[in-house]
Write a protein that binds this ligand. Structure first.
Ligand SMILES: O=C(O)/C=C/C(=O)CC(=O)CC(=O)O
Length: 330
């Protein structure tokens, strides 16, 4: 099934079940008012939501309405936790090369992960807000999973059973702020502003055999200002599965229902399929030409991120955002 949230009913939105083709929806208020409430009681809520999804796809759900996915909020407009891995080592190698940093050997056996902001997620058509183009505004196209309650110390096998939903995120990065911030030794804060979730999150069974080994196996398609930017394969070069990433995050603490775990920027050793972030594209250009030629994002630029199935149908809906200046507040 596919789940989204309307921009109504308060800060956590209103939960809707969305049809497989993304054209219709029905409020799930009789089951759970919000997606967080459904995840908090997932073993009870999921079968009822699945039954509603079956009615919706059969055309028999009462109260169903035509859906414009562009009008949706983030499926989880805010979450208790968002931890972002960096499971695609080609990405880590390129962005680190760009700022003259090493890749420790441990990164190949022990997942790299940071605590990201989850107090608010942009909806799929909300603007990317930044105050200065000098911050080096970059997209990062990633896959995310959402868990129910994960016990502390869960193994990868146990963690796999707690992955309930899959979606996309644009993990916006401010490349100009990263080197000084990481040099302080504590990690990302200002350089990782709010991220954007895809219009819907889907249960793994919606993905068929594109979901195997706790990884997604489809091209991550990105465009900048309408021009093709990349279609890196999500199932290739992913060093750690989502089960490994969830288990890593849960090693020393339980994860609450609704925890979002990111894959890191989708990247392949083979650069022939383009990139999923500008920092990598610029590194490839620097290695090839001696200097980067693609600028970071400017105000007015648009970014589109989408994954389609084998028949070209959008699975999660598209993230499509415009970079917009937010004047500093006095
Ligand atoms: O090391 C850097 O300069 C930056 C790294 C990232 O931006 C990594 C990140 O957010 C996770 C990922 O996308 O793989």
């Amino acid at each position: 099934m596919k789940l989204g949230s309307l921009k109504e009913g308060g800060r956590d939105g209103t939960l809707v079940v969305v049809s497989r083709d993304l054209s219709r929806a029905v409020r799930a208020s009789a089951i759970a008012a919000t997606l967080q409430a459904a995840l908090d009681d997932w073993s009870n809520a999921a079968p009822r939501l699945n039954a509603l999804a079956a009615e919706l796809d059969a055309g028999t759900a009462s109260g169903a309405f035509a859906l414009d996915t562009a009008a949706l909020a983030a499926p989880l407009p805010r979450a208790y936790e968002f931890v972002d891995g960096s499971a695609y080592l080609p990405h880590v190698e390129r962005v680190r090369r760009a700022r003259g940093a090493d890749v420790p050997e441990s990164f190949y056996v022990d997942p790299l992960m940071y605590q990201a902001t989850s107090a608010g997620f942009y909806g799929p058509r909300d603007p990317i807000l930044a105050s200065s183009e000098d911050w080096g505004i970059d997209l990062e196209a990633e896959v995310v999973v959402v868990t129910d309650d994960v016990p502390m110390g869960a193994s990868s096998a146990t963690a796999a059973s707690h992955i309930q939903l899959v979606g996309l995120v644009n993990d916006v990065s401010l490349r100009g702020l990263i080197p000084a911030e990481l040099a302080k030794g504590f990690g990302f804060l200002q350089s990782k502003p709010r991220s954007t979730l895809s219009p819907v999150l889907v249960t793994p069974d919606e993905l068929g055999d594109a979901w195997r080994g706790e990884k997604l196996h489809l091209p991550m398609r990105t465009w900048i200002n309408g021009a093709w930017f990349g279609e890196a394969e999500t199932g290739v070069d992913m060093q750690f599965s989502f089960a490994d990433l969830v288990a890593h995050a849960a090693k020393t603490r339980p994860l609450g229902a609704g925890t979002i775990v990111g894959s890191g920027t989708i990247a392949n050793e083979d650069t022939g399929k383009g990139a999923s972030c500008l920092a990598e594209q610029r590194t490839v250009e620097t290695l090839r030409d001696g200097k980067p030629s693609t600028p970071f994002l400017k105000f007015g630029d648009t970014v589109r991120i989408e994954i389609t199935d084998g028949a070209g149908r959008s699975i999660f809906g598209a993230i499509e955002q415009t970079v917009t200046r937010q004047a500093p507040r006095g």
